[in-house]
Design a protein around this ligand. Sequence first.
Ligand SMILES: *[C@@H]1O[C@H](CO)[C@@H](O)[C@H](O)[C@H]1NC(C)=O
Ligand SMILES: *[C@@H]1O[C@H](CO)[C@@H](O)[C@H](O)[C@H]1NC(C)=O
Ligand SMILES: *[C@@H]1O[C@H](CO)[C@@H](O)[C@H](O)[C@H]1NC(C)=O
Ligand SMILES: *[C@@H]1O[C@H](CO)[C@@H](O)[C@H](O)[C@H]1NC(C)=O
Ligand SMILES: *[C@@H]1O[C@H](CO)[C@@H](O)[C@H](O)[C@H]1NC(C)=O
Ligand SMILES: *[C@@H]1O[C@H](CO)[C@@H](O)[C@H](O)[C@H]1NC(C)=O
Ligand SMILES: *[C@@H]1O[C@H](CO)[C@@H](O)[C@H](O)[C@H]1NC(C)=O
Ligand SMILES: *[C@@H]1O[C@H](CO)[C@@H](O)[C@H](O)[C@H]1NC(C)=O
Ligand SMILES: *[C@@H]1O[C@H](CO)[C@@H](O)[C@H](O)[C@H]1NC(C)=O
Ligand SMILES: *[C@@H]1O[C@H](CO)[C@@H](O)[C@H](O)[C@H]1NC(C)=O
Ligand SMILES: *[C@@H]1O[C@H](CO)[C@@H](O)[C@H](O)[C@H]1NC(C)=O
Ligand SMILES: *[C@@H]1O[C@H](CO)[C@@H](O)[C@H](O)[C@H]1NC(C)=O
Length: 554
Amino acid sequence: MRIPFTSWVFLIPICSIFLSFCIFVEAGQCLDSQKSLLVQLKNDLTFSPAATSKKIAQWDQTSDCCFWSGVNCSDGYVTGLDLTNESISGDLSSLFNFQNLQNLSLAYNNFSGSQIPSEFEKLTNLRYLNLTNAGFAGQIPIEISRLTRLVSLDLSADVFLGATPLKLEDPNLNMLVQNLSELIELQLDGVNISARGNEWCRALSSSLQNLRVLSLSNCYLSGPIDSNLLKLQYLSIIRLDNNKLSTPVPDFFANFRQLTSLRLSFSGLTGTFPGKIFQVQTLEILDLSNNVLLHGRLPDFPQNGSLRTLFLSNTNFSGTLSDSISNLIKLSRIDLSNCNFSGSLPHSMANLTKLLFLDMSSNSFNGPIPSFSMAKNLTQINLSHNDLIGQITSTSWEELQYLVSLDLRYNSLNGSIPASLFSLPLLQKLQLSNNQFSGQLNQVFNFSSHLLDTLDLSSNNLDGPIPTPVFELQGLKLLSLSSNNFNGSLQLNVIQRLRNLSSLDLSYNSLLVEYNGNDGINSSLSSFPNITTLKLASSKLKKFPDFLKNQSKL
Ligand SMILES: *[C@@H]1O[C@H](CO)[C@@H](O)[C@H](O)[C@H]1NC(C)=O
Ligand SMILES: *[C@@H]1O[C@H](CO)[C@@H](O)[C@H](O)[C@H]1NC(C)=O
Ligand SMILES: *[C@@H]1O[C@H](CO)[C@@H](O)[C@H](O)[C@H]1NC(C)=O
Ligand SMILES: *[C@@H]1O[C@H](CO)[C@@H](O)[C@H](O)[C@H]1NC(C)=O
Ligand SMILES: *[C@@H]1O[C@H](CO)[C@@H](O)[C@H](O)[C@H]1NC(C)=O
Ligand SMILES: *[C@@H]1O[C@H](CO)[C@@H](O)[C@H](O)[C@H]1NC(C)=O
Ligand SMILES: *[C@@H]1O[C@H](CO)[C@@H](O)[C@H](O)[C@H]1NC(C)=O
Ligand SMILES: *[C@@H]1O[C@H](CO)[C@@H](O)[C@H](O)[C@H]1NC(C)=O
Ligand SMILES: *[C@@H]1O[C@H](CO)[C@@H](O)[C@H](O)[C@H]1NC(C)=O
Ligand SMILES: *[C@@H]1O[C@H](CO)[C@@H](O)[C@H](O)[C@H]1NC(C)=O
Ligand SMILES: *[C@@H]1O[C@H](CO)[C@@H](O)[C@H](O)[C@H]1NC(C)=O
Ligand SMILES: *[C@@H]1O[C@H](CO)[C@@H](O)[C@H](O)[C@H]1NC(C)=O
């Protein structure tokens, strides 16, 4: 907010009368010695030529250094330095003069492959240390273990950024955390810990009684998971994805009183997943996906469940979904794809109003599809590759104004295709192939899904003519209407309007496909879209469409 000039005039005398008060509220008042240290730091650091520093570049030596971007002070001493994403590399030694530092972030910098400096031990007041994706590599030095006031330590690295990992061999995890008893948050994702068996559980549980956040994905950890871990009674967020645990999930996970997030995808889990864990009242996120040897069943869900995200895809979970799923009133993302579920989809799913993402594809679900009309913010529905039957009219599709993708392929659905599906404003993919849908599409009067890029209605029992407004869906890249009973004649020239079309399949219908080549001058030939796949088998084609001569990508 801009303070008007008149109020400044008013403020100054008040300020001088209550001078001591003014100094008291002032967070600044940088000490000269601290300012020179910051200037020295700025001069010593190297900035990658490729990128520019955003905060340090603004440090203006004529102003109070406590107000410099990324700097926090207390009593004139620098207590916080946030140098995240400044393209820094090179010499850090002047950093270690800031004896009062409590918060330090060097996250997302470019210390390409150099070791974490052992001088960190000089920063004895550090409480928050964040070196995530800073580019450090090699052994984590023992000196980090002497920062006994640390509350939060983040040394994680994104393996996808192609970084060489940090490792914890000597010192090992046990030595690193032994004296860090105040830690609340520990993130070592991507660090090669490779502790044998359950050593890592023992190391953590004997030292970190206050831990709430434990993030150890991609750490080359193995199992088993030791029950000692339960000593960490405040654990709320547990991430162990992408490890080689090769072990069952112990049921004591259900005893963490404050558990909100449990992520165990791609961890080689085996055995039966304890149903009790689904019933933990505080649990909001559960991700067990991509553990093909893990089996289990979904239990009855208690009332007032907190689950928002439930990912079980690519596991061997089986059994049915109970009506009590509607007790998960906060459920917004559910992915049960590629499991062994069966039985019908409970009607009560209609009460899951917070759903945003639903994928139950590639199971053996049968029976009709429940209504999703009340889940007004749904963006994706995938129920393909199941044994679902009946009509899809229980949902008032026009209610789902945010729907981006609807995939119901490979079921036994029948009845007509609701006209409202073709006028959803954000719809990009409509895939209904390999069902028994019937009726005529020319009942649809409003083709206004202008973002639609994929329309696949193949292998159904649709008949009647193909309504020409379909060719006004200008976003179409893939259009497949094959293996139906469409009849009447179709002027192939209509596809000229579909600038992005790359795949067109009209084969195996009762269509008379015509082509008007009379205006076949070169300019209009090149105005056809660049097609990679064109299928017109069994289309009573009379004249070879000469625009194909110009199709180099076909
Ligand atoms: C990091 O540094 C290397 C060379 O040391 C340079 O090639 C690369 O562009 C830098 N990356 C960024 C994001 O500045
Ligand atoms: C350190 O960071 C924490 C969390 O962001 C913040 O609450 C605290 O005020 C910061 N302390 C200083 C000295 O900047
Ligand atoms: C500086 O203080 C602000 C306000 O307390 C806090 O949000 C921020 O995280 C602190 N920055 C550092 C680097 O500690
Ligand atoms: C770092 O800064 C660049 C350029 O400003 C930005 O594109 C990028 O998203 C930032 N990365 C992070 C992790 O903040
Ligand atoms: C470390 O910094 C990154 C980038 O600002 C942030 O995303 C991450 O949450 C921080 N880690 C901790 C433990 O606060
Ligand atoms: C932890 O502290 C104890 C007592 O100060 C000390 O004997 C031990 O060597 C320390 N451990 C590590 C790994 O530094
Ligand atoms: C992780 O560390 C172990 C033991 O030091 C080593 O054998 C293994 O090759 C390392 N893995 C990677 C990917 O660096
Ligand atoms: C999946 O579970 C079924 C029993 O529900 C079992 O027959 C099958 O072998 C399991 N598959 C795997 C890969 O474990
Ligand atoms: C669910 O929450 C409501 C309101 O917070 C509460 O009145 C009710 O007792 C709770 N029910 C159960 C079974 O915990
Ligand atoms: C949805 O919840 C209401 C209120 O709890 C209940 O009366 C109704 O039967 C539920 N609908 C379905 C389809 O289960
Ligand atoms: C849909 O999202 C909007 C905006 O985030 C929110 O206000 C609304 O309550 C949501 N609707 C439902 C049914 O959750
Ligand atoms: C087809 O490709 C040619 C050559 O790459 C290009 O000039 C033409 O504009 C493209 N046509 C369309 C409709 O994108």
